[in-house]
Design a protein around this ligand. Structure first.
Ligand SMILES: C[S@@+](CC[C@H](N)C(=O)[O-])C[C@H]1O[C@@H](n2cnc3c(N)ncnc32)[C@H](O)[C@@H]1O
Length: 258
């Protein structure tokens, strides 16, 4: 199921209008690891389009047609060629490989189970060149983000309706499930002049630092670097982000025995 905020690309872009702080990092990764770049869960092209502007060949995959439609509109308007692919990041086959595959902006949290993450890693492995890099950016699920406040609404965003209906206020409430590690968020869009808010769901699985490292390791990925911020500060107990650069582990053949 497509989460509510990903059902309209124009509204999505207005929810997070100032999200540019990671772009220099992604460009630096593309410079370091190469061209072409595959972005998983590319949304409306917030990262893919600036990469294309820098001259990289970019493919972006997303399972929301609405998000891709907005991405396509924006890249066309800039005269940029980006390959937009409607597919699930747990099950795709592009029939070619990339030196760099990226998963920015907490999109990892949309892989709601271990099976989902492992299916995605299998696809990544099939699409990486030898010595290619897979780079993930996901927040650290600190305890304060997981304390249940059922029924309590906090501000999420506020923006001008692209259809001219006025200012839309968005609030959220959530319940965290410790067994599945899923934070089940409800979003409420309050449109001016409407009595009832439009309710939506957004589900995000939390990936704890040691768990994420272990999942990568036991799925055959070596962690080449783990950062706590886009300036490549080493990851530590104060870090709010987990930015992981990893690659497929070399399998060393066992010596033959006679
Ligand atoms: C937080 S947005 C990130 C968009 C973009 N990467 C950015 O940085 O702005 C997450 C995106 O993941 C997409 N998504 C969620 N689950 C997916 C799946 N299983 N396969 C492909 N895309 C998925 C959503 O449609 C949404 O566009």
């Amino acid at each position: 199921m497509i989460d509510h905020i990903y059902r309209d690309g124009q509204h999505y872009d207005r929810l997070f209008p100032d999200a540019v702080q990671d772009l220099a990092f992604w460009i630096s990764q593309a410079i370091k690891y190469g061209d072409p770049v595959l972005e998983l869960a590319c949304g409306t092209g917030r990262v893919s389009i600036p990469l294309a502007k820098e001259g990289f060949a970019v493919t972006g995959i997303d399972n929301s047609e609405a998000m891709l439609a907005e991405a396509r509109k924006k890249s066309d308007a800039e005269g940029l060629t980006v390959e937009w692919v409607a597919a699930d990041i747990r099950d795709f086959d592009l029939q070619r490989t990339f030196p760099l595959i990226i998963l920015p902006a907490n999109a990892l949290c949309h892989l709601l189970s271990l099976n989902d993450f492992e299916a995605c890693l299998a696809c990544v492995r099939n699409h990486l060149v030898r010595d290619g890099r897979f780079v993930i950016d996901v927040f650290v699920p600190k305890m304060e983000l997981l304390i249940n406040r059922p029924g309590e609404r906090s501000p999420f965003s506020e923006y001008d309706d692209p259809d001219g209906r006025g200012r839309i206020a968005v609030t959220e409430s959530y319940v965290y499930e410790p067994d599945t590690q899923i934070k089940r968020i409800k979003t409420f869009h309050a449109f001016p002049g409407r009595d009832q808010d439009v309710e939506g769901e957004l589900n995000m699985r939390m990936y704890f630092p040691q768990e994420l490292d272990a999942l990568l390791k036991y799925n055959g990925f070596a962690i080449d670097g783990k950062f706590g911020d886009y300036d490549e500060t080493p990851f530590d107990s104060q870090s709010e982000k987990q930015i992981i650069v990893c690659s497929v582990m070399e399998v060393v053949d066992a010596p033959e025995t006679h």
